[in-house]
Design a binder for this molecule. Structure first.
Ligand code: HAM
Length: 418
């Protein structure tokens, strides 16, 4: 039996792990500048939480959730996204009472049973932010600017920001009427799913990936043109703030996003370096979700980004810095007693903060030097019979190939100075 990683899942191998860490560190650094605090929530939750927040008519809930029954016959789901869990935690721990505006960020694995392809996995990682407690369009602008800023900090090129407003509950009936009129005589042009969505949730049709539906929607009335005065004003302000910060965007009336909890502002940042799965960041306002999940009426906004996609673009655009993971010292012992001394020196050097290793495979000196080269060690400490007798090791500089003798007692001091 040969075991392989499941379709749509991926191992992160040691050669890529430093790059992943680089991504996380940089994002954390920026989030801290923006005063966001970290939150971690469980990987699985009650199925109902996701159904209720993401929406029954979405692809995620209908087709993609990893839902299972545990031994206690409870229906549980591996989280397909982070927002629902964070709102659940916000309500459960009364975070709103501790602070009127809560700015959170998270990193974590998400699970969706989608058809795997480049940039689309079944287990993937997101980082995201959620700002809970303010209706001010200023927050929308801050959150969007943060998304732009993070990508910019990585030096990414060829990105585009798409912006829309899908209004609130009050704006939807007028749009629905106009939309129903529009589709009346072309209903058969839409896919089966969309024909059902038509009655229940017409906005969802704008998120359908079926070519037929995209084509049929060409001249459809957009929700953006049906905003009531308050939503219109909110969106105007968001755009003004973005303009003030010099953030360019493309207005996209079709951007309704794939989850049902959104109200007003929606946005995405796409990369032209990626193929079909080109969205790096997706987010928007969700002013009703906290109350829908049983909390007080609390407006909120956030976004999430796929880390694997960011990784892909960084790799393609060669934006990963060359990590210096060189060893300071490689210890090459040539016998039993030498090994034991080597181990002691290894411990001392590491305690002083030097990155070092020793040959654990009893190889010949030649092979050990080769290994030290492969590990890009700066120096090699050779400990042979002679060295042991003299109480001095041979320290070889791997760049200049120069060798010198050094008393074991003074080795740590000498290497720290170097
Ligand atoms: P989403 O658009 O479903 O939004 O996902 C956000 C991002 O996660 C996508 O833009 C993409 O980069 C990444 N992503 C999604 N699915 C996959 C996949 N199968 N494989 C790889 N990457 C993927 C949300 O999840 C919302 N919770 C965002 C949000 C937060 N809205 C408000 N707050």
């Amino acid at each position: 039996m040969k075991y392989t990683a499941l379709q749509g899942t991926k191992d992160l191998l040691p050669e890529d792990a430093p790059k992943w860490r680089y991504i996380e560190d940089k994002i954390r650094e920026i989030l801290s500048l923006y005063n966001y605090k970290e939150i971690r929530t469980p990987v699985f939750e009650q199925t109902e939480l996701f159904k209720r927040s993401i929406g029954d008519d979405t692809d995620i809930v209908q087709k993609e959730m990893y839902t299972f029954q545990d031994q206690g016959k409870r229906s549980l789901t591996l989280r397909p996204e982070g927002t629902a869990s964070i709102v659940r935690a916000f309500i459960e721990h009364n975070l709103g009472e501790k602070s009127p505006l809560v700015k959170l960020f998270y990193f974590g694995q998400m699970f969706r049973q989608e058809r795997p392809q480049k940039g689309r996995l079944r287990e993937f990682n997101q980082y995201g932010v959620e700002v809970i407690g303010s209706l001010d369009p200023l927050v929308d602008a801050e959150v969007i600017e943060l998304g732009v800023r993070i990508n910019k900090a990585f030096g990414l090129e060829g990105l585009k920001l798409y912006l829309n407003s899908i209004g609130c509950k009050d704006c939807r009936p007028a749009h629905r009427d106009a939309f129903n009129k529009f589709v009346k005589d072309k209903i058969e042009k839409f896919c089966q799913d969309c024909q059902l969505r038509l009655l229940r949730n017409p906005l969802r049709i704008f998120d359908c990936k079926n070519e037929k539906c995209i084509e049929a929607l060409k001249d459809a009335p957009m929700i953006l043109d049906f905003l009531d005065a308050k939503c219109k004003n909110h969106f105007k302000k968001v755009r003004e703030y973005l303009d003030q910060m010099g953030i360019e965007y493309i207005l996209d009336g079709r951007l309704v996003r794939g989850l049902d909890y959104y109200t007003r502002t929606t946005f995405e940042i796409k990369s032209e370096a990626l193929g079909a799965q080109d969205t790096l960041i997706g987010g928007g306002r969700y002013d009703l979700l906290v109350s829908e999940l049983g909390g007080k009426d609390t407006p909120a906004i956030g976004f999430a980004a796929g880390i694997e996609r960011l990784f892909l673009v960084l790799e393609m655009q060669k934006k990963f810095p060359l990590e210096d993971e060189r060893l300071d010292v490689f210890i090459a012992p040539l016998g039993e007693k030498e090994k034991s001394l080597g181990l002691k020196l290894l411990k001392d050097l590491r305690e002083k903060g030097l990155r070092c290793d020793l040959d654990f495979l009893e190889r010949s000196l030649k092979s050990q030097l080769k290994e030290a080269d492969r590990q890009k060690a700066k120096k090699v400490l050779i400990i042979g019979e002679d060295e042991l007798k003299k109480g001095k090791g041979t320290l070889r500089d791997m760049e200049t190939k120069e060798q010198k003798e050094i008393e074991f007692e003074k080795l740590v001091q000498e290497l720290i100075r170097a």
